[in-house]
Design a protein around this ligand. Structure first.
Ligand SMILES: *Cc1c(COP(=O)(O)O)cnc(C)c1O
Length: 385
């Protein structure tokens, strides 16, 4: 049986061109970029070239990029670093109820340290209200962290508008743009953020490597202590092959973004059309007009998501109930709960289907047929005899 992978919001396959770019680094350029001899200088050159590629892609300068181990570390470094650096100005933080756990659990940690966190509600499409945001802002607000695009339902947030509301305040603005980066062209000057988290494995790069954009002039308290790498902003020997692979993935993304996005829209529409033709009952969670092209979150009334996921896995379709970190546990999705309420059936009966570079229309057809057949087992039970 060919398994069909429709869980690209959890992770993506590495592009073969990225693997090609990384292999010589593993094989030959093994030096430590902090060493001053020839071997070190060779490795150093690779990471500085990568930094330039990445900075140019988001409209930043190379100095404004630090390399990390991925999205989780970038979120932690940004939030803890900003909160600690600014606490003399105030201890209030604003975020949303639908952030990735890398942000939510870090905020909960900061609450234990005495910070006061406001978790903004979202509407049924998963979007925050700018009025609620304005009301939450206080003179002691030192940090705002609002994700660019949600990883479970795909909804985009009004990042530019939030940034302009923060002009002239003491608050730094962080966005987790991990899920959006592959498909949305993001220029940090344009959107006006101070801090932005990205990870390579969500856009066909390797796992365990990411970066944090830190606007020039913004000081964070160091989060990881040790050597003097990254201008003393992130200690630890660089993941040189990973950084080279991430830069290659960034280049590929910037060359094909629009084409890739159109393809995601087509696959998503094909899935919706086929499920409609199959006559099963479903509703869309999220916002197709104002959402990420590769994510589709669907509510199938009458189903139980854990059983649905195992049945689909057995039938060869890999999808998810939302964030991969909570899959396996039966806890309802915090994102759907924030959108629909804690007792809402959506939180127990919804699937996230997320498309990627190597999916084909045929795969989507097959997957739609299998999903419809599985779901109809709940919705139209066959009468025996
Ligand atoms: C995947 C993801 C992360 C975590 O990134 P890792 O590199 O896996 O640590 C953070 N935020 C969002 C929105 C994500 O989708």
């Amino acid at each position: 049986m060919d398994h069909i992978y429709l869980d690209h919001a959890a992770t993506t396959p590495v592009d073969p061109a990225v693997v090609e770019a990384m292999l010589p680094v593993y094989r030959e350029i093994f030096g430590n970029p902090s060493s001053i001899h020839y071997f070190g200088r060779e490795a150093r050159k690779l990471i500085e070239d990568a930094r330039e590629v990445i900075a140019a892609e988001i409209g930043a300068t190379p100095k404004e990029i630090i390399f990390t181990s991925g999205g989780t570390e970038s979120d932690n470094a940004a939030l803890i670093g900003a909160a600690h650096a600014r606490q003399a100005l105030g201890r209030h933080i604003i975020t949303t109820k639908i952030e990735h756990h890398a942000v939510l659990h870090t905020c909960e940690h900061l609450e234990k340290e005495g910070f006061d966190v406001t978790y903004l509600d979202v509407d049924q499409k998963g979007r925050i209200s700018l009025d609620a945001f304005k009301n939450a802002l206080r003179p002691d607000t030192i940090l705002v962290s609002i994700m660019y695009g949600n990883n479970e339902v795909g909804t985009l947030q009004p990042i530019k508008e939030i940034a302009s509301l923060l002009k002239g305040t003491n608050a730094l603005f962080h966005t987790d743009a991990v899920q959006a980066f592959g498909l949305e062209a993001i220029n940090v000057r344009d959107i006006g953020v101070d801090l932005m988290s990205i990870t390579a494995h969500k856009f066909n790069g390797p796992k365990g490597v990411g970066f944090l954009y830190i606007r020039e002039g913004v000081l964070l308290e160091t989060y990881q202590h040790g050597g003097e790498q990254e201008r003393k902003r992130r200690a630890g020997t660089h993941n040189v092959p990973g950084i080279v692979g991430m830069a290659k993935a960034v280049k590929l993304v910037s060359e094909n973004r629009e084409e890739k996005k159109q393809m995601m829209y087509r696959l998503r529409q094909r899935m919706l059309d086929r499920l409609t033709e199959e006559g099963i009952d479903f509703a869309i969670n999220g916002d197709l007009e104002n959402g990420l092209a590769h994510i589709l979150n669907l509510y199938f009334p009458g189903t139980r998501v854990e059983a649905l996921l195992s049945a689909l896995d057995l039938a060869g379709v890999a999808v998810s109930s939302g964030s991969a970190c909570t899959a396996g546990s039966v806890e309802p999705s915090h994102v759907l709960t924030a959108m629909f309420g804690s007792d809402a059936p959506q939180a127990k009966s919804s699937l996230r289907i997320s498309f990627g570079l190597y999916n084909t229309e045929e795969q989507v057809e097959t997957a739609a047929r299998i999903i419809a057949k599985t779901v109809s087992g709940w919705q139209k039970p066959k009468h025996s005899g």
